[in-house]
Design a protein around this ligand. Structure first.
Ligand code: SF4
Ligand code: SF4
Ligand code: SF4
Ligand code: FES
Length: 963
C-alpha cells in the first residue's frame, strides 16, 4: 500500500495573484497551423527560434525576455491599443507593437533601447496622470499590472497635474454582489470587453466614445446587475488594474497562498486556484492549465463558494430516535455507534437486505467508492445506488450496449474541430456554461448548430450565434425524431458506408437498417407526432450527414424519459451511421449534470455493478474484490433507489445511509418518497446542511465541503481531476473518514490514512483505472480514463481504431410513446430544467448571493395558453398532475411552445417533484422528469402540500435550534 501521500499542494502567491506566466498573446492560429515550421530571429542579441505566426511579444516571453504590456494577455487575441509594448526592429522605421507584430525570419528586435524606454515612460505618464494615486490603500496594491508596469518602465514623476479634465470622480458600479467596477481606475485597455466577447461570448461590454471620452459601457448603459452580464468573472480576471475587482479581495485583502483544486458544481469540472488568506478562501481563480476549462469559469465556481462557511452548516453529529423528537448533539463515536447499532438491529429483525446506501455525485470518487464498499462489505448486500439513477443511468446503459463503454467519447477541446453540432435536450449556457462558451466560440468561427429542444434555449439565438435549425419537438418524442433523422440519412444514402463496414457489426446493422427504413420512422409520417415539419427534419438530417465532423451533445432532456435508454442508443446509432466517432471534432457527448456523476457511476455505485461497470454476477470480478476486502459479496443485484422506496413503503426496507444526496427534493413523486422515508426505522444522512432528506433522519453526520478534503472528481469527459484540501473540515472529519469510522462501528474495518490509498485500491481492482495515482495526477494535472498499461497518460478520445466492445452495435430503437400524454384533464406537458445561477436542488447556491438571480422557481407558459386561462405575469398558479399538485408564479414567454410549460426545481418550496410522476425509463428506472401532463389554473392560495411542507420545515428547524 502507498504510504501517506502529501502532494506539494500549497504554493505561496507571487506578487501578482493571477500567477501563471502570461505570454502576452495566445498561440496564434497561424502558429498552430504552421506544421512545425520554425522562424529564427534575434531578440536583444539572443538568437531564438519559435513557431511561425508567433508574435514578437510571445517569442520574447518564451525566451524569458519580458516586454511590458497592458492591453495584451495570452488569453485574448492581441489588440494593440496601449502601445506600451513598443519595440524597435532593425530596418523598420519607428516603433512596432510587439503584441501585434508576428516574427519573421532574420528579424533583429531590440526591446530595451533608450528611445523605447523614453516612449514607454511617456505613455505610462499619460495613463497615470488620469489615474488615482491611492496605490497604498488600493485593494489591488501588489496585484496590479499598471503598478507593476509603471515600475518596469521606470516612471518616477508625472508632470501633468490633476487640474485638467479627468475621470477620477466617476461613480463606482457596485450592483453586482461579487465584484465592483471602479471606472476611475480604468485605462480603457479593452481587455474586459474582449474577455466578455472572446472567452465568455456574452458581449455585455463595449467601449463607448472616442479618445479622452472613451469608456467601458455595460450593455446599453445599465449597471452590471441590470445587464445581460452572467457574472462569469472573465472581465474581472482580465482587468490589469483595480477597475474590476472581486469584492472578497476588496474586503479581505490580497490572498497569500493558493491550492489547485476542482469545482464541485457541474460536470464540466473546472480547475481552480483557491486563493487563500489564513484559512479563508479569498477568491477562486480558474486555473489556466485546467484542461477542462482552459482558464475560464462560471458564476457558480468562481463566486458561489460562500456556502462552505454559511451559518447553516451543521458541524456536530446529531441523533434522535424518532423524527418528531428534537435532535441531540453528540460526539462522533456516540453518533456512529448509535447508527451502527440501529442498522445491526434492523438486519437482525428484517434480514441482511433490509438496509442500503446511496452514494453522492457531489462527493469524491474515493468517498463514493467507500460507501459502495461499506454497503457491499459491511451491510453485506448490493443495495447501493446513486443519484445518477435519476439523471444519466440511461447513458450508461445505452452507450455500453452500442459502443461498449458507459461514458462520453471526447474531450471538451474536441468541439473546436466540430463543423456541425447537435445539442439535444441540454441547455449548456445554463447547465454547463464554461463548455457552452467554448462551443459558442466554435459557432462564431462558422460551425453549424442544430438545437433539439421543446424550449427555445439561449443557444438558439444569442449574440453572434444563431442555430441553423431549432427542432422544437414535443416532450417525449426524442426517439421518434432521432429515428426520422436516421431514416432520412439511410433513404438518401448519406450514410458513411466505409465506417459502417469497417467498424460496425454487419448483422446488427442490417437488422437495424431494415427497421429504420420502415415507413413508421419516416419524417413524413412522424412529423405530426414530433411537432416538427418533415422538411425541417430532413434538412437537419442532411446537414448533419454532410458534416466533415459532426458532434452530438446531449443532456437530461434525452435521458429522463421512459425511453431514455432508447434515445441514447439512437444517438449512438446516428454517430455510427455518419462515421462520427473515434477522432477529434465528433463523438457522443453526454453533458453530465453534477460534478462527479461520471465518477460515482465509475466507482460501482449501481446495485448491479462493481467499480469499472462490471456486473456483480461475474464470479471472477466478484472474487477479486472478495479477496481484497476479505468478505463475500452477493452475486445478485441489489435494489435501485425507486425499489428501495417501494420496499420501504411496503415494510421490507428499514434502514438507509444517504451520503450527500437530497432525495426528498430531487427524486420524482415526492409524496411517495416522503412516505418511504417516514417508514424507515433508521435514516442516516451525511450532508452539509439540514437538507430536505435530513428532516426525516434519525442520525445526522456532518459532511465536509470540497474545500475541506482531498480526493478526485471525474467530469463529463472522463477526466479525473484532483480535489485538494484548502481548509480543515469544520466537523473535524472529511466524508471518507466518516464512512470509514461508520464501517468500523459496523464491524468491518477499513484502514486508510489518506484518500490516495483509496485510489491505490481502486486502481488495483479496476482495469480502466490501473494507471491512476495521485502521483500521476500531480504530474499530468488530470487524466481521462481508461488509464492503464495501454494508455499510460489516459485516453482523450475513445473508440479510435475500434470500439471498446470490438465492433459497434446498431441497436433497434423502436419509438414507443410515453403513457404520460396530454389529454382533457391534463392538457399541457410540463418539462423541467436548470438556470445558470443555481445548482441542482440549490442547497449550496441558495446559500450564496446567486439567489439574487433566481429567488423562486417560475412556471414558463406560452402567451396563448396563458390567455386561454386568463393568466397574467406573476399570477400564482396551481399546477396539477396525476401525482400531485403544487403552486408557483407564472412567467409568460414564447420560449416555450403552446401546449408546453416549463419550470426549474431549485427551491424545495416549489415542489416541482410533487407533480412529476413515477414513470421511468424501461431499462434503468431513470424517472421521466421531462414529461408530465398537467393542468394549470390561477389560484389565490398556495397548495396544501406547500403549507404542510412549511409547517414540517418549521418544526424540524425548531428541533435543530434546541440543540
Ligand atoms: S462578468 Fe462575464 S458576462 Fe459579465 S461582463 Fe464580465 S465577462 Fe461579460
Ligand atoms: S475595466 Fe479594466 S480591463 Fe476593462 S478597459 Fe478598464 S482597465 Fe481595461
Ligand atoms: S459550475 Fe461547472 S462550469 Fe461553472 S465553474 Fe464549476 S465546473 Fe465550471
Ligand atoms: S500590449 Fe501591445 S499594444 Fe498594448
Amino acid at each position: 500500500m502507498l504510504k501517506y501521500y502529501e502532494p506539494d499542494k500549497e504554493m505561496r502567491m507571487g506578487g501578482n495573484t493571477n500567477s501563471a506566466k502570461d505570454f502576452g498573446t495566445p498561440v496564434s492560429s497561424t502558429e498552430s497551423n504552421a506544421l512545425g515550421k520554425k522562424v529564427n530571429l534575434c531578440i536583444d542579441g539572443r538568437f531564438v527560434s519559435v513557431p511561425a505566426g508567433t508574435s514578437i511579444m510571445r517569442a520574447a516571453a518564451i525566451n524569458d525576455i519580458n516586454i511590458p504590456k497592458l492591453c495584451a494577455t495570452d488569453s485574448l487575441e492581441p489588440f494593440g491599443s496601449c502601445r506600451i509594448c513598443l519595440v524597435q526592429i532593425q530596418g523598420r522605421r519607428g516603433f512596432s507593437a510587439s503584441c501585434t507584430t508576428p516574427v519573421e525570419d532574420g528579424m533583429v528586435v531590440k526591446t530595451q533601447t533608450s528611445a523605447v524606454a523614453k516612449l514607454r515612460r511617456n505613455i505610462m505618464e499619460l495613463y497615470i496622470s488620469d489615474h488615482p494615486l491611492d496605490c497604498l490603500t488600493c485593494a489591488a496594491n501588489g496585484d496590479c499590472q499598471l503598478q507593476d508596469t509603471a515600475g518596469e518602465v521606470g516612471l518616477r514623476e508625472v508632470r501633468f497635474g490633476y487640474e485638467g479634465a479627468n475621470h477620477l470622480t466617476v461613480e463606482k458600479d457596485k450592483s453586482n454582489s461579487y465584484f465592483t467596477f471602479d471606472a476611475s481606475k480604468c485605462i480603457v485597455c479593452s481587455r474586459c470587453v474582449r474577455a466578455c466577447e472572446e472567452i465568455q461570448g456574452t458581449f455585455a461590454l463595449t467601449i463607448d466614445g472616442r479618445g479622452f471620452d472613451s469608456k467601458v459601457t455595460v450593455s446599453q448603459g445599465e449597471d452590471f446587475m441590470g445587464s445581460e452580464c452572467v457574472s462569469c468573472g472573465a472581465c474581472v480576471q482580465a482587468c490589469p488594474t483595480a477597475t474590476l475587482m472581486e469584492n472578497s479581495v476588496i474586503h479581505n485583502g490580497i490572498p497569500e497562498h493558493k491550492v489547485i483544486t476542482t469545482c464541485a458544481y457541474c460536470g464540466v469540472g473546472c480547475a481552480f486556484e483557491a486563493q487563500v488568506k489564513g484559512d479563508q478562501v479569498v477568491r477562486m481563480i480558474p486555473h489556466k492549465a485546467g484542461k477542462a476549462n482552459r482558464g475560464h469559469s462560471c458564476v457558480k465556481g468562481r463566486f458561489a463558494f460562500g456556502y462552505s462557511t454559511h451559518k447553516d452548516r451543521i458541524t456536530k453529529p446529531m441523533i434522535r430516535n424518532r423524527i418528531d423528537e428534537p435532535w441531540r448533539q453528540v460526539d462522533w463515536d456516540i453518533a456512529l455507534e448509535f447508527a451502527a447499532s440501529k442498522i445491526k438491529s434492523i438486519q437482525k429483525r428484517f434480514g441482511d437486505n433490509s438496509v442500503g446506501g446511496i452514494t453522492s455525485s457531489r462527493c469524491t470518487n474515493e468517498e463514493t467508492y467507500l460507501v459502495q464498499k461499506l454497503v457491499r462489505a459491511a451491510f453485506g448486500n448490493n443495495n447501493v445506488d446513486t443519484c445518477a439513477r435519476v439523471c444519466h443511468s440511461p447513458t450508461g446503459y445505452g452507450l455500453k450496449t452500442t459502443l461498449g463503454e458507459s461514458a462520453g467519447t471526447q474531450t471538451f477541446d474536441s468541439v473546436e474541430k466540430s463543423d456541425v453540432i447537435i445539442v439535444m435536450g441540454a441547455n449548456p449556457t445554463d447547465a454547463h456554461p464554461v463548455f457552452a462558451s467554448r462551443m459558442k466560440k466554435r459557432l462564431r468561427e462558422g460551425a453549424k448548430l442544430i438545437v433539439v429542444d421543446p424550449r427555445r434555449i439561449d443557444l438558439v439565438r444569442s449574440p453572434h450565434v444563431k442555430s441553423e435549425f431549432h427542432l422544437n419537438l414535443l416532450p417525449g418524442t426524442n426517439v421518434a425524431l432521432l429515428n426520422a433523422i436516421a431514416h432520412t440519412i439511410v433513404r438518401e444514402k448519406l450514410e458513411d458506408k466505409k465506417f459502417i463496414e469497417e467498424r460496425c457489426e454487419k448483422d446488427a446493422f442490417l437488422k437495424w437498417k431494415t427497421f429504420i427504413k420502415k415507413e413508421e420512422n419516416s419524417p413524413e409520417l412522424m412529423s405530426k407526432k414530433i411537432g416538427v415539419s418533415a422538411e425541417r427534419i430532413i434538412s437537419a438530417a442532411r446537414l448533419f450527414a454532410g458534416a466533415k465532423n459532426g458532434a452530438i451533445y446531449y443532456g437530461l432532456g434525452v435521458t429522463e424519459h421512459s425511453q431514455g435508454s432508447t434515445a441514447v442508443m439512437a444517438i449512438a446509432n446516428l454517430a455510427m451511421l455518419t462515421g462520427n466517432l473515434g477522432r477529434e471534432g465528433v463523438g457522443v457527448n453526454p453533458l453530465r449534470g453534477q460534478n462527479n456523476v461520471q465518477g460515482s457511476c465509475d466507482m460501482g455505485s449501481f446495485p448491479h455493478e462493481l467499480p469499472g461497470y462490471r456486473h456483480v454476477s461475474i464470479e471472477s470480478v466478484r472474487q477479486s474484490f472478495e479477496n481484497f476486502w476479505g468478505v463475500k459479496i452477493q452475486s445478485a443485484p441489489g435494489l435501485r433507489i425507486p425499489n428501495m422506496f417501494d420496499a420501504a413503503v411496503s415494510g421490507n426496507f428499514k434502514g438507509l445511509y444517504c451520503q450527500g444526496e437530497d432525495i426528498a427534493q430531487s427524486d420524482p413523486n415526492i409524496q411517495h418518497v416522503e412516505e418511504a422515508l417516514r417508514s424507515l426505522d433508521c435514516l442516516i444522512v451525511q450532508d452539509l446542511f439540514l437538507n430536505e432528506t435530513a428532516k426525516f433522519a434519525h442520525v445526522f453526520l456532518p459532511g465536509a465541503s470540497f474545500l475541506e478534503k482531498d480526493g478526485t472528481f471525474t467530469n463529463a469527459e472522463r477526466r479525473i481531476s484532483p480535489v485538494r484540501k484548502v481548509m480543515a473540515p469544520l466537523s473535524g472529519k472529511a466524508d471518507w473518514e466518516v464512512t470509514m469510522a461508520f464501517s468500523k462501528a459496523l464491524g468491518f474495518e477499513m484502514n486508510y490514512e489518506h484518500p490516495s490509498e483509496i485510489m491505490e485500491e481502486i486502481a488495483e481492482l479496476t482495469p480502466t483505472f490501473r494507471g491512476v495515482s495521485y502521483q500521476r495526477l500531480d504530474e499530468e494535472g488530470s487524466i481521462q480514463w481508461p488509464c492503464n498499461e495501454n494508455a499510460p497518460s489516459g485516453t482523450p478520445i475513445m473508440h479510435v481504431d475500434e470500439f471498446v466492445r470490438g465492433k459497434g452495435n446498431f441497436a433497434v430503437t423502436k419509438y414507443v410513446g410515453t403513457e404520460e400524454k396530454a389529454g382533457k384533464r391534463f392538457p399541457l406537458l410540463l418539462t423541467t430544467g436548470r438556470v445558470l445561477s443555481q445548482y441542482n436542488v440549490g442547497a449550496q447556491t441558495r446559500r450564496t448571493d446567486n439567489l439574487r438571480w433566481h429567488r423562486e422557481d417560475l412556471l414558463e407558459i406560452h402567451p396563448h395558453d396563458a390567455d386561454e386561462r386568463g393568466i397574467s405575469e406573476g399570477d400564482l398558479l396551481e399546477v396539477a398532475s396525476r401525482a400531485g399538485l403544487t403552486s408557483l408564479r407564472a412567467t409568460i414567454t414564447s420560449r416555450v411552445q403552446p401546449g408546453v410549460v416549463y419550470t426549474t426545481f431549485h427551491h424545495p418550496i416549489t415542489g416541482a417533484n410533487v407533480i412529476t410522476t413515477d414513470n421511468s425509463d424501461w431499462a434503468t428506472n431513470c424517472p421521466e422528469y421531462k414529461v408530465t401532463a398537467v393542468q394549470v389554473r390561477k389560484v389565490m392560495n398556495k397548495a396544501e402540500w406547500q403549507s404542510r411542507y412549511e409547517r414540517f420545515t418549521e418544526t424540524q428547524e425548531s428541533y435543530l435550534q434546541k440543540v
